[in-house]
Design a protein around this ligand. Structure first.
Ligand code: IMP
Ligand code: MG
Length: 180
C-alpha cells in the first residue's frame, strides 16, 4: 500500500501565513537582542522546522543547541510526565537564552523546562513558541513571543507529528482524530 503524504483533516495555517509571522518574530527578536549573541534552544523534535526558519529571520549572530523532552510518546494526549531525553551541550551561564517551542498546550513541558534551564544561570531566558492552544494565557505562562493562538484541535505538519508522521509538511493541519 502507498502511504499517504497528507493527514486526514484540513489546513489550519498555510505555509505563507506561517512564514509571514516568523518574519515578524525574527524582526522583533533582532530588535530586542541588539548587541547580544542569543542562544537558541530548540525543543526536539517538534521545533526543528520552526527553529530553522526562525533563526534565518533573525538578523544577528546566534548559536544553537537542542534538547529533547518527552511527554506524549505516540499518543495525542499528554501523559503528564516530562522527561529529558537529550540534554544540552552548551553551558547556559551568562547567556541570553531563547527557548524555541513548537506548541504550548497544557504548559507542563514549558514550566518544567523553564525551571530546569533557569537553574543553570542564564543571563536571561525567554520563550518563543510558534503555537499556543487557545484558552491558555500567554502572560501567566510568561511567554514573550507567540506566533499564533490555535483552537483545541490536535495539529500536525510544520515539524509536528502524530506517531512521527507529517513533520515535513510545510503547512499546519488540524488532524481529524476520528479517522483513527
Ligand atoms: P504541553 O506540555 O501540554 O504544553 O505539551 C507540549 C508538547 O506536546 C509540545 O512540545 C508538542 O511536542 C506536543 N504537542 C502538544 N499538542 C500537540 C499537537 O496538537 N500536535 C503535535 N504535538 C503536540
Ligand atoms: Mg510530539
Amino acid at each position: 500500500m502507498i502511504e499517504p503524504l497528507k493527514p486526514p483533516g484540513k489546513i489550519l495555517l498555510s505555509e505563507q501565513q506561517i512564514q509571514e509571522r516568523i518574519a515578524q518574530l525574527g524582526q522583533q527578536i533582532t530588535k530586542d537582542y541588539t548587541n547580544s549573541v542569543p542562544l537558541l534552544v530548540g525543543v526536539l523534535k517538534g521545533a526543528f522546522v520552526y527553529m530553522a526558519d526562525l533563526a534565518r529571520a533573525i538578523d544577528l549572530p546566534v548559536e544553537f543547541d537542542f534538547m529533547a523532552v518527552s511527554s506524549y510518546g505516540n499518543a495525542t494526549k499528554t501523559s503528564g510526565v516530562v522527561r529529558i531525553v537529550k540534554d544540552l551541550d552548551i553551558d547556559l551561564s551568562g547567556r541570553d537564552v531563547i527557548v524555541v517551542e513548537d506548541i504550548i498546550d497544557s504548559g507542563l513541558t514549558l514550566s518544567y523546562l523553564r525551571k530546569n534551564l533557569e537553574s543553570r544561570g542564564p543571563a536571561s531566558l525567554e520563550i518563543c513558541a510558534l503555537l499556543l492552544r487557545s484558552g491558555r494565557q500567554p502572560n501567566e505562562l510568561g511567554l514573550k513571543y507567540v506566533g499564533f493562538e490555535i483552537p483545541p484541535d490536535f495539529v500536525v505538519g510544520y515539524g509536528l507529528d502524530v506517531a512521527e508522521r507529517y513533520r515535513n509538511l510545510p503547512d499546519l493541519w488540524s488532524y481529524d482524530e476520528s479517522s483513527e
